[in-house]
Design a protein around this ligand. Structure first.
Ligand code: PGA
Length: 252
């Protein structure tokens, strides 16, 4: 079964409700007839209702950027999976490198969040990736394998298939430096081999693996043409309609 391309935009802490709603309206006009690709945007939590409202009945999906593992309780400032689900989200990013490096999300917390995604009816996009010093020390594959094993621990094979893996080398995020198509393909093939050695064979065949890290219109087509790259997780270039639409079209 062919893997359907999946392009996601991570808006990070940009665009409040009004600006996010405007971008969503423009994306709706430009993309609602794109049927060959799954498209998702992940606005800041506060802007989710406005974006969900604009994208209703379009097929464009809305995701959260993070979730708290508990359903509710005394966790000041946090938002839970059931709350995002109720607001209209279908997916949630888990383990983004900014969460790992700035907010202390370790592999154990990442796994709790992956489990919490499924129990609240959200599909996780599990982000993995090595830092520059880990790559230079020859540890890229071992770091990514460890993040995968820990992040996916305890999931049933059909849950792993419903998880999207986003390979985002930390050195490529927001830096303008992209992994070359060959470097990215090599790691994606490695990720698929880890899935193949851990789960029944349909899991490696069907699980989608996105590439993220300075994806832009000028490099998207070449990255997305690689056999094991099934989509993109886009940060900066997801903030303007022209560049995000160009990336989606490169993937469709
Ligand atoms: P970038 O961010 O496209 O701005 O490098 C990617 C990400 O953090 O998901």
């Amino acid at each position: 079964m062919a893997r359907r391309p999946f392009i996601a935009g991570n808006w990070k802490m940009n665009l409040g409700p009004a600006a996010a709603g405007e971008l969503a309206s423009s994306l709706k006009s430009a993309l609602m007839d794109e049927t060959g690709v799954d498209i998702l945007v992940a606005p800041t939590a506060l802007a989710i209702p406005s974006v969900v409202d604009k994208l209703r009945h379009t097929g464009l999906l809305v995701g959260a950027q993070d979730l708290h593992p508990a359903n509710n309780g005394a966790y000041t400032s946090q938002v839970s999976g059931p709350m995002f689900r109720e607001a209209g989200c279908t997916h949630v990013l888990v383990g983004h490198s900014e969460r790992r490096s700035l907010f202390g999300d370790d592999d154990e917390v990442v796994n709790e969040k992956v489990q919490a995604s499924f129990s609240s009816g959200l599909l996780p996009i599990l982000c993995v990736g090595e830092t520059l010093s880990q790559r230079e020390a020859g540890q890229a594959e071992s770091v990514v394998a460890a993040q995968l094993h820990a992040g996916l621990a305890g999931l049933a094979p059909d849950q792993v298939v419903s998880t999207t893996i986003a390979y985002e080398p930390v050195w490529a995020i927001g830096t303008g430096v992209t992994a070359s198509p060959d470097q990215a393909q090599e790691m994606h093939a490695f990720i698929r081999s880890v899935l193949a050695s851990t789960y029944p064979s349909f899991v490696a065949a069907q699980t989608r693996i996105q590439y993220g890290g300075s994806v832009k219109p000028s490099n998207a087509a070449e990255l997305l043409a690689q056999p094991d790259i099934d989509g993109a997780l886009v940060g900066g270039a997801a903030l303007t309609v022209e560049s995000f639409v160009a990336i989606v079209r490169a993937g469709s």
